[in-house]
Design a protein around this ligand. Structure first.
Ligand SMILES: [Zn+2]
Length: 289
């Protein structure tokens, strides 16, 4: 049974011998909070979910890894944004924290998204109180849980290997870094220009996927965002890699349903997980494990 924080997250602990490997899926949640009060049609928000990513990685605990999945939707509050990536002028009231709106907030897809490819999310200004509640009740509990899981793995084994799991539309959209309509590779690995993990880890994943026939890019079009930035420190054994999977490999994007490629991709992801766990096991002292 997973450890659950109701409506916020589920954590699946290893059910075979522990390895210091953590997968987290911050964008696959689809439990829409009652106070969301968006005006855009729900289907447009549903299309921003990284649907089924939690299920594609669900075998992780069987290989000794930990899997953490958000339950709330990323359109409500986005755990993969910096807590200050917010434009306070969109809020009613005085924002009590530091604000430093970056490129994502300017595109309308910052900490609290206000614009999606389907249109504008709200027909009202959000209050500071509801924005703070989203941080206190969803954003920070997700980050606290992930931080604890990673810290514990490092305490136990000296290092951790963390994969931050996402999916991307087959074609870029109006809020994409490269502008609309550009076809995506099968996989994009994000390392923030080689700063979030040892290159041996990136090469392991790249080689494994390429050998299966997938096209793989590194840091293009996604370099990796807040989560891999925040927790990584490869010089001190903290390795984080962002992985983006092209949705056309496993789902129909319009109807949000699994397609005929789903089963084959899930089997490949299972083998990828096993390969990463073997890699981490070989690099961790047997004494600690
Ligand atoms: Zn994502």
């Amino acid at each position: 049974m997973p450890h659950v924080i109701s409506n916020v997250l589920e954590r699946f602990d290893p059910d075979s011998s522990f390895v210091p490997v953590v997968f987290d899926s911050p964008h696959s949640g689809n439990v829409y909070p009652e106070d969301f009060a968006h005006s855009i049609e729900r289907i447009h928000l549903r299309r921003t979910e990284d649907a089924f990513i939690d299920e594609l990685f669900e075998d992780a605990p069987r290989h000794g890894a930990t899997l953490l999945c958000a339950l709330f939707p990323r359109s409500y509050v986005d755990p993969n944004r910096s807590p200050d990536d917010i434009d306070p002028s969109m809020l009613q009231g005085a924002w009590p924290y530091r604000a430093n709106p970056g490129e994502k907030a300017r595109l309308g897809i910052g900490l609290i998204p206000v614009k999606e490819p389907g249109g504008v999310v709200y027909d009202r200004a959000l209050s500071v109180e509801e924005a703070c509640r989203r941080l206190d009740d969803y954003y920070w509990p997700y980050h606290r849980e992930l931080e604890q899981v990673l810290d514990r793995a490092q305490q136990r084994a000296g290092s951790f290997w963390h994969v931050n799991c996402h999916s991307m539309p087959a074609l870029s959209t109006s809020v994409s870094p490269e502008g609309p309509g550009v076809p995506r590779p099968d996989f994009c690995l994000g390392t923030r220009d080689g700063t979030t993990c040892d290159s041996a880890f990136t090469e392991l994943v790249e080689r494994f996927l390429s050998n299966l026939g997938y096209s793989v890019t590194i840091d293009d079009p996604y370099k990796g965002a807040e989560i891999v930035r925040r927790y990584s420190d490869p010089m001190h054994g903290r390795h984080s890699l962002q992985i983006e999977i092209n949705r056309r490999l496993y789902m129909d994007e319009a109807s949000i349903s699994r397609n005929e490629g789903y089963r084959a991709l899930k089997a490949d992801i299972g083998r990828l997980v096993e390969t990463i766990c073997d890699f981490a096991r070989a690099r961790s002292g047997p004494r600690q494990l």
